[in-house]
Design a protein around this ligand. Structure first.
Ligand SMILES: [Zn+2]
Length: 292
């Protein structure tokens, strides 16, 4: 009995040891993996990126989509003094493709519509403050309107020559803002899908429009945009497959929220932007967009 009891006790202790060892191993395994995953998150921490959306910059009365050159210069001066670097589309795609890093204090500067004053008033200030920007043009504005009525800072659009001057400056990348869908036509808002058309019809209309502008930009400038800006921020679920298919790697919306850029290329589809209304002071606007 004694021996038997001892043997039971002995085997009981072994079982207890195995149990304790198993539990410890399990906790060690879980803990190790928890530790590893938090280390991964830390080493690949997302980069906070506010994106500013400008339109027209000229010496008129400030409006929702118009800032004066003085306001624009104040903005750039504030960014420079506070240590911010304006990142390019190329830097963003390099980052998500693991080919480069982003500055800790990053901002992105964008202009929609392709106003002529982006050359006459904006470019000299980008050069003065060592900043970069993306200018997303509307094909028809450049092809038709700008060619017929060029170079009035208050209302003209960029001609193809102007766009080439922007590209040659090394300060500006060109984005696609549709060839002729920057409008409200019937049921269609911007380049969103009409409720009365099927997906196939919509795909072919959107593909024809965007690829026409891509071809024209390539023909006139020998560059091919990777950035697409949704007119007025109207987005359909059906748009993105077409946009991807045409080779765009970044899409710009009008949702006023910050972005958190990771190493995942998907995070560049649907970049949020803050409209820089002329009704704000520089300090008011910057305090709004740099609030994490
Ligand atoms: Zn626009």
């Amino acid at each position: 009995m004694y021996e038997c009891r001892n043997a039971k006790h002995f085997f009981g202790l072994i079982l207890l040891d195995i149990l304790v060892f198993s539990i410890c191993s399990a906790f060690f395994f879980i803990g190790k993996n928890l530790f590893n995953s938090s280390a991964d998150v830390n080493s690949e921490k997302s980069v906070f990126l506010p994106v500013i959306m400008y339109h027209s910059v000229f010496s008129g009365t400030p409006e929702e989509y118009i800032v004066t050159p003085v306001q624009f210069e104040n903005d750039l001066s504030w960014l420079a003094e506070n240590g911010y670097t304006s990142v390019t589309a190329q830097q963003l795609t390099d980052y998500v493709d693991n080919k480069g890093n982003l500055p800790k204090k990053s901002v992105m500067i964008t202009f929609d519509d392709g106003c002529y004053n982006n050359l006459s008033d904006v470019l000299p200030l980008l050069e003065k403050y060592d900043m970069h920007a993306i200018v997303s043009v509307v094909g028809q504005y450049t092809d038709v309107i700008a060619e017929n009525d060029p170079h009035i800072p208050a209302y003209s659009y960029l001609t193809w020559d102007d766009i080439n001057r922007l590209i040659c400056s090394g300060r500006v990348e060109i984005g696609n803002h549709t060839y002729n869908m920057h409008s409200f036509k019937g049921d269609r808002k911007g380049c969103s899908k009409n409720t009365n058309e099927n997906e196939e019809e919509y795909n072919s209309i959107l593909t024809a429009d965007l690829s026409r502008l891509q071809s024209e930009i390539y023909e006139h400038t020998n560059t091919l945009p990777v950035v697409f800006a949704y007119p007025f921020g109207f987005i359909s679920d059906e748009s993105l497959p077409v946009i991807r298919e045409l080779g765009f790697t970044i899409t710009l919306t009008c949702s006023e929220r910050p972005n958190y850029i990771t190493r995942n290329p998907e995070c560049l589809y649907g970049i949020n932007r803050y409209n820089r209304s002329g009704f704000y002071s520089t300090e008011e606007f910057m305090n709004k967009i740099f609030k994490e």
